[in-house]
Design a protein around this ligand. Structure first.
Ligand SMILES: [Zn+2]
Length: 412
């Protein structure tokens, strides 16, 4: 059974800190079955109905298995092979765990506490926002609609294609995404301000932040545009999204997350006061922005089949980040200062407890342990060695071939 398309409608409420969801998933069923098992955690599924093209419809009984983070839907009769549409209605809470669909708080310029809603799905937390198949090789098209307070702004992976106010709520519809892994879906809802867009190819590139911080967005915006252009040229492939928004989120667990077209950052990794910042603060913003943009191809267009291959995302994005920042500011001598990161990787790699760059991952939660100095910095060091050994042009041609061959699919 494979999902090919999710039509997902979510209604977050920042006063009750809950959300209601409705989705229709198009499924290709390969073998007769009376059960469907999908990933879901801390969600209440109120309704499950499956229908085929002939109009045969049946209701499923949902049974949550919270420890396994799954939900089993049992149907009264067999679902024959073919195309089916699974409709689910569900509810959840905007949690304070910085994963899944969560709430982030910040103080506005008057010192008042404000809330926004944001997402963080990698590795396996899309299942906290909507019932889904969130293994990286279940790529599908996502058509997202967000129903929000009319005073707020909603951003997702793709361009807004429709917006209307109905019954006191603003309904924002987003364009279909490319075929991509579930962990790359993102939504941000709140009081948000954006920079003016700059076009790279056909894609407008903007930086978003909470009100009052837009003056800190120029530097991040500049490297975002420069690195996106650099990668289009280096990869020989256009940016795969229809727009690119970089969003500074007040509460964010990691440095940043490469959601296609809606990259989320902790504020210090995107916003910076150019005149007051130290060199290392500027370098950090340039590195993280270039790294996330590199992922739009390495990770988003081509994705590892399973989490053991996360280095295909992260070692490459770290290597590409260096190339792009070095091209943008050659005077920073980024490859020389990268020696510090390489030394840190060598120190860990000298321990008995080290592991190979590619390493067996069984349970999804083990995937989280793979985001370390061996995957990122050792991986990038090995790629730099390979590039220097083969020569930059041969290496680049290999990268182009890899991306073309596996576009919209997975590799291992
Ligand atoms: Zn990364």
């Amino acid at each position: 059974m494979r999902p090919t398309r999710y039509e997902l409608r979510l209604e977050p409420d920042l006063t009750t800190l809950t959300f209601a969801g409705e989705q229709t998933v198009t499924l290709e069923v390969a073998e007769p079955t009376s059960q469907i098992v999908l990933n879901a955690v801390e969600l209440t599924i109120d309704e499950a109905t499956i229908t085929n093209a002939r109009g045969d419809s049946r209701r499923g009984a949902p049974l949550a298995d919270e420890p396994a983070e799954r939900c089993r839907l049992t149907f009264p009769s067999t679902i024959e092979p073919g195309t089916w549409r699974l409709r689910l209605a569900f509810r959840g809470t905007l949690n304070d765990k910085l994963r899944g669909f969560y709430r982030s708080s910040y103080k506005d310029p008057n010192g008042e506490v404000r809330l926004m809603a944001a997402t963080q799905f990698e590795a396996t937390d899309a299942r906290r926002a909507f019932p889904c198949w969130d293994e990286p090789d279940f790529k599908a098209v996502f058509a997202v609609t967000l129903v929000i307070d009319p005073k707020l702004t909603a951003v997702s992976n793709t361009a807004v294609v429709g917006e209307r106010v109905e019954g006191g709520r603003k309904i924002v519809a987003f364009a279909d995404s490319m075929k991509m892994s579930t962990y790359l879906v993102a939504f941000v809802v709140g009081e948000l301000e954006a920079t003016d867009p700059v076009l790279v190819g056909k894609a407008p590139v903007r930086v978003w932040c909470v009100p009052g911080k837009r003056r800190l967005a120029a530097f991040g915006h500049e490297i975002a545009v420069a690195s996106l252009r650099f990668f289009e040229d280096y990869y020989g492939l256009p940016y795969p999204g229809d727009k690119l928004d970089l969003l500074a989120i007040p509460d964010f667990a990691a440095g940043a997350m490469e959601n296609l077209g809606a990259i989320t950052f902790r504020e210090t990794a995107l916003l910076v006061d150019e005149r007051a910042a130290s060199h290392s603060e500027l370098e950090r913003v340039a590195d993280v922005v270039a790294h996330e943009n590199a992922h739009m191809w390495f990770g988003d267009l081509v994705t590892m089949t399973w989490w053991n291959g996360i280095w295909l995302n992260e070692a490459f994005a770290t290597f590409m980040e260096m190339l792009a920042v070095d091209a943008w500011k050659p005077e920073w001598q980024r490859w020389t200062t990268f020696g510090v990161s390489r030394a840190a990787a060598l120190a860990v790699d000298g321990l008995h407890s080290t592991r190979p760059i590619e390493f067996h991952v069984e349970a999804p939660r083990d995937a989280d342990a793979m985001f370390d100095v061996l995957t990122y910095e050792k991986g990038a060091s090995v790629l730099r060695m390979l590039e220097q050994h083969l020569g930059p042009a041969v290496f680049r041609d290999g990268v182009r071939e890899y991306l073309r061959r596996h576009a919209y699919a997975n590799a291992d």
